[in-house]
Design a binder for this molecule. Structure first.
Ligand SMILES: Nc1ncnc2c1ncn2[C@@H]1O[C@H](COP(=O)(O)OP(=O)(O)O)[C@@H](O)[C@H]1O
Ligand SMILES: [Mg+2]
Length: 299
């Protein structure tokens, strides 16, 4: 304990909180983010505590701002999560990112809105459900040989499938929830996927995530790896353009994930503004940037 007045809560969950008997093996990401943020806040005279987002409301007494950190179990309890954020906001707690930003960001339909606003996105079909005929149509629609189908509400590549004309889905295959179908972008295997971190709209750092040979998913679960990079100015500008096209002011934190289209342009694959991993090790200034934004919000 720093002895400083605790004014900020870092929202976590039972599988990420330190000391939990059911802690996930990847909860070290929680520790790295806390280790980046807590000392930076302390330099502002602000104490921070890690809190279970489902914890009793009394645990939020005295808290002026919460940052959604590693509430990784919210995926299965979205309504409860949104209600909790609303409840905290109604108690006068500054919620970062705000509930309306979280609501906008929870389903990937926001990518349509960004595309309409002129952002470069991956061409996408949006069926409410899909069968083999939708995949067959997608090959023709996009004029491609491989497509990816994924959930409109999802993360970590869960439920995602890839099909080729040579290996289409079986006759009885169904995708039973709102889906997105996209042509598989070659760049994912040849170059990788970029993440650009922004704090209050200011660019902080970038990383390149690469899949292991033979795989197209860059997630560490599938053997992917990441490295810090110094992006070209044009790449940062492309990511900043996505931030500029959000229908609200740039939030405290945002991660713009991008990959290169065949024509060379950088396209947004997703913008994470709920609980993105912020890659603190690749951006040593991240804690300070976040702490400045937090201090501004609570005076
Ligand atoms: N159209 C695509 N082309 C190439 N790779 C893709 C495509 N869509 C998804 N992927 C791969 O699958 C991963 C997960 O997809 P993504 O859209 O980021 O969803 P989420 O991370 O929310 O599960 C990406 O990081 C990428 O490796
Ligand atoms: Mg992703």
């Amino acid at each position: 304990m720093s002895g400083l007045p605790v004014r900020v809560g870092f929202l976590a969950c039972e599988t990420t909180l330190p000391g939990s008997p059911i802690r996930r093996s990847d909860a070290f990401e929680h520790d790295l983010q806390v280790a980046a943020l807590a000392p930076a806040l302390a330099a502002h005279g602000i104490g921070m505590v890690e809190l279970d987002w489902v914890g009793p409301l009394e645990s939020f007494t005295g808290i002026e701002l919460v940052m959604i950190g590693t509430s990784w179990n919210y995926q299965d309890r979205q309504e409860e999560f949104l209600t909790r954020l609303d409840t905290l906001a109604a108690r006068g707690i500054v919620v970062c990112n705000p509930p309306e930003v979280v609501r906008w960001n929870i389903g990937k339909a926001y990518l349509r809105e960004l595309a309409e606003a002129g952002a470069v996105t991956i061409p996408t079909l949006w069926p409410d459900a899909a069968g083999p005929e939708d995949i067959a149509r997608a090959f023709d629609h996009f004029g491609c040989d491989r497509v990816v189908i994924k959930r409109q509400v999802g993360a970590g590549a869960m439920g995602q499938e890839m099909f080729s004309r040579a290996a289409p889905p079986a006759a009885g295959w169904r995708f039973d929830r709102p889906a997105m179908i996209q042509p598989l972008q070659h760049a994912i295997r040849e170059e990788g996927e970029y993440s650009f971190l922004f704090f209050d709209g200011a660019f902080s750092h970038a990383i390149l995530k690469q899949a292991q040979p033979g795989e197209y998913r860059i997630q560490s679960m599938y053997g992917g790896s990441e490295l810090a990079i110094t992006p070209e100015a044009g790449q940062v500008a492309a990511a900043a353009d996505v931030i500029a096209k959000l229908p609200f002011p740039a939030p405290l934190y945002a991660r713009v994930d991008m990959l290169r289209l065949d024509d060379g342009r950088m396209a947004v694959i997703e913008v994470e503004m709920i609980e993105p991993y912020l890659y603190p090790e690749q951006g040593p200034q991240m804690g300070e940037m976040l702490a400045n934004g937090i201090a501004q919000r609570i005076g």
